[in-house]
Design a protein around this ligand. Structure first.
Ligand code: NAD
Length: 496
């Protein structure tokens, strides 16, 4: 890191080397719990993206010819290094993002699991063949890499989200550019220090720090063939339409407003614990956070009382400290936005049953904290029922039947996750079958797919066809080639 205003300025990593961005603008990175200044983040211009893309395009020529069994050896080494540096990486996530150390550990574990799955590329990337599609003619399908691909990542999982894509992309023979969120660039700095030790050929993997200018340069760059985006839905829509108009393959995971339904037969203690973790874990800054709890029939009163108690007693503080269950939100702007949305909910008729606004955490007066908040009797037709708050706010709604609850779930424009809490297998099956969402949980609060399943997402929570992780990622990062082949038996018999 070079020094700028006494704070380190984060470098980019291009062509196997750390290098200065040519940026004229920088952001100051802040620890959201302590407000300590951590580093200067360059807002790299298009020229920096161009250099990374050119480098990656050259590296692709030989990387695609490197046998898959050799390509994955670099990933085995990366996994080893990530395990060795697990604690440091985890602390870095908490430092810049605010979540608790336990939450950072969980995030990092899922990142490593994606490396492990991508190590299976020699199996996953295989094509298929049918002999004798006509007499003496065979037809087969092979998978080939695309070229240069890139990821544009959000702030809430700085260690995990690039791993939904990157290990698969390079294992399939593509070369890669990572553009982390400018709000949390430190974790990728550390990951790239490990990638540097892994010894990948120069240019296979590149890091460009930045914001909108870097994103636009990625969307327009003629050498970048495929783009994975994760972030808010308005930006997802923008990225999808601009990049597809430029002829690229694009997958965009967007925002969410996730409902959980609680039936009267659900285990109250377990449901409360799990839904509280879902709504308030990571300070509600998870695309799979429970945001609306819909009670059915007699579940209303006991669940309302127990979730209110869980919200009021959650331990909020600095994520590096023992016993803390919830950290700050990412920025003062984010905190102010959440405050405003809570007020909007109240203005629309909801009761602020537990109010997490204007909280001060002892010793962290400058931190961006919001305590768990519960809005009761939220109007399903109001704006707050449809707006992603992305903070520790749970909206309560009530209906009399499971059909009404599922209808409420399906009336949403979002479709990232929906969960049901019950002891009834028949209710669970009905819900799984009928709910319009890409990730479904039954007695699960955060239905995050393992690395070997696609991270689904429907409706305005996803733009594209193939999702991140697992076999979907392999399909996204390869193009199919079909070969129809005939050899003359006559020539063969003359020669031998
Ligand atoms: P964001 O949309 O603000 O930023 C995401 C990325 O887009 C960043 O790298 C940023 O630099 C870039 N960007 C931001 N504004 C841009 C613009 N106008 N033009 C071009 N690029 C721009 O999202 P965020 O606040 O970092 O992350 C939170 C959002 O991400 C939430 O909406 C959350 O639901 C969503 N998310 C979704 C998933 C999922 O799997 N569906 C996972 C994690 C987060």
């Amino acid at each position: 890191m070079s020094q700028r205003n006494s704070l380190p300025t984060l470098p980019n990593y291009v062509n196997g080397e750390w290098c200065h961005s040519t940026a004229a603008e920088f952001l100051t990175l802040i620890n959201p719990a302590t407000a300590d200044k951590l580093a200067q983040v360059p807002l790299s211009p298009a020229a920096d993206v161009d250099e990374a893309a050119q480098t990656a395009a050259i590296a692709f020529l030989s990387w695609r010819r490197t046998p898959p069994v050799q390509r994955v050896q670099y990933l085995f080494r990366l996994k080893g290094l990530m395990e060795e540096h697990f604690e440091d990486l985890s602390r870095t996530i908490t430092l810049e993002c605010g979540k608790t150390l336990d939450e950072s550990n969980g995030e990092l574990r899922r990142a490593i699991e994606n490396v492990e799955v991508a190590c299976g590329i020699p199996m996953m990337m295989q094509g298929n063949i049918l002999e004798d599609i006509a007499s003496g003619i065979d037809e087969y399908m092979i998978r080939q890499p695309l070229g240069v691909a890139a990821v544009i990542a959000p702030f809430n999982f700085p260690g995990m989200i690039p791993f939904w894509f990157m290990p698969y992309a390079i294992a399939c023979g593509n070369t890669y550019v990572v553009k982390p969120s400018e709000k949390v660039p430190l974790t990728m700095q550390k990951i790239f220090q490990l990638l540097d030790q892994v010894g990948l050929p120069k240019g296979v993997i590149n890091l460009v720090n930045g914001g909108k200018a870097a994103v636009d340069a990625i969307l327009d760059h003629p050498l970048i063939r495929a783009i994975s985006f994760v972030g808010s839905s308005p930006v997802a829509q923008y990225v999808y339409s601009r990049a597809t108009a430029n002829g690229k393959r694009v997958q965009c995971q967007g925002g969410a407003k996730n409902p959980v339904i609680i039936l009267p037969d659900a285990d109250l203690e377990m449901t409360t614990r799990i839904t509280a973790d879902s709504a308030f874990g990571c300070a509600g800054q998870r695309c799979l956070a429970a945001s609306i709890a819909i009670t059915v029939g007699e579940a209303q009163q006991p669940y309302t009382e127990s979730i209110a108690d869980a919200a009021a007693t959650r331990v909020v503080g600095y994520g590096l400290e023992e016993g803390v269950q919830m950290g700050p939100v990412i920025s003062t702007q984010s905190r102010d936005r959440i405050h405003q949305l809570i007020q909007q909910g109240a203005d629309e008729g909801a009761k602020v049953l537990i109010d997490g606004r204007n909280v001060e955490i002892s010793g962290y007066g400058q931190g961006h904290f919001v305590r768990p908040t519960i809005l009761q009797n939220v109007n399903p037709k109001g704006a707050i029922a449809k707006t992603e708050i992305f903070g520790p706010v749970l909206s309560l709604m009530h209906v009399e039947t499971i059909d009404q609850a599922i209808a409420l779930v399906n009336s949403s424009q979002w479709g990232n996750m929906a969960c049901l809490f019950t002891n009834s297998g028949a209710a669970a099956r009905k819900f799984r079958y009928e709910a319009d969402a890409g990730n479904i949980g039954i007695n699960i609060g955060v239905a995050a797919p393992m690395a070997f399943f696609p991270f689904s997402g429907w409706k305005e929570s996803f733009y594209g066809d193939l999702h991140g992780q697992g076999q979907h990622a392999v399909e996204f990062f390869t193009q199919t080639k079909v070969v129809v082949e005939r050899w003359s038996q006559k020539d063969w018999s003359r020669k031998f």
